[in-house]
Design a protein around this ligand. Structure first.
Ligand code: IPE
Ligand code: IPE
Ligand code: MG
Length: 236
């Protein structure tokens, strides 16, 4: 089983379009599938689930869609946090939250505090998140924390400042919706992640589809630079 699954939930708009519905209907349906995926992770004992909900580039969408997405985010926080809490889910939101309206920021803080003691599943929502933003905010904080250090920085110096510092790197990355790109998601953390792309649209990505992604992951040989033979006989 993967310990950490990271997902780009793409294809909501096309799902709605196929049904002659407004794009937002796809986003509403998409929230349902998030619920189902959380349930599956709890059942299967997957410890970390990280979902890309809104990229720093998604502000470029029509104002109306952005507003509706924000309303949906607020509504989801208002309606789901109790249940997440009861199920032992710890919720975090990563990204540049300063651009969200105050009410949303407050709801996020409240949800994070309320669920901070939970350990069954670490659910992370990336919102106004960008992988390059993450690396740069980490660099800035790292340098500020060590005013006297000029050079010789190591990867391990940066890692404590990255948004996902609490989690192991993703084992499995899933992107639904047919596009085969990272779209500025977790750039640093995906270095050795197994990538899974499917043309299934996010609102159709049910637990059976998730099962296919996990089965594909279980077929992979994760060599981390070593040879196949070394993996059979460890440390050969
Ligand atoms: C993903 O679905 C959800 C968000 C980016 C918020 P899209 O809205 O990108 O759906 P498509 O790609 O247009 O079908
Ligand atoms: C990526 O989806 C971000 C999210 C799913 C939140 P997009 O649909 O915005 O990605 P691009 O712009 O087509 O790559
Ligand atoms: Mg898309």
């Amino acid at each position: 089983m993967p310990r950490h699954v990271a997902v780009i939930m793409d294809g909501n708009g096309r799902w709605a379009k196929k049904r002659f519905l407004p794009r937002v209907a796809g986003h509403v349906k998409g929230v349902e599938l998030v619920r189902e995926m959380v349930r599956t992770c709890l059942e299967q004992g997957i410890q970390y689930l990280t979902l890309f909900a809104f990229s720093s580039e998604n502000w470029r969408r029509p104002q109306e869609e952005v507003t509706l997405l924000m309303q949906l985010f607020v509504k989801a926080l208002e309606q789901e946090v109790e249940k997440l809490d009861r199920n032992g889910v710890r919720l975090r939101v990563i990204g540049d939250l300063s651009r969200f309206e105050l009410r949303l920021q407050e709801l996020i803080n409240k949800a994070q505090e309320q669920t901070a003691g939970n350990t069954r599943l670490d659910l992370t929502i990336a919102a106004n998140y960008g992988g390059r933003w993450d690396i740069m905010q980490a660099v800035n904080r790292m340098v500020t924390a060590h005013p006297d250090k000029r050079d010789g920085w190591q990867e391990s110096d940066l890692e404590p400042y990255l948004s996902m510092n609490f989690a192991p790197e993703p084992d499995l990355f899933i992107r639904t919706g047919g596009e085969e790109r990272i779209s500025n998601f977790l750039l640093w953390q995906l270095a050795y992640t197994e990538l899974y792309f499917t043309s299934t649209l996010w609102p159709d990505f049910d637990s059976a589809e998730f099962g296919k992604a996990i089965a594909s992951f279980q077929q992979r040989e994760r060599r981390f630079g070593r040879t196949s033979e070394q993996l059979v006989k460890p440390h050969a």
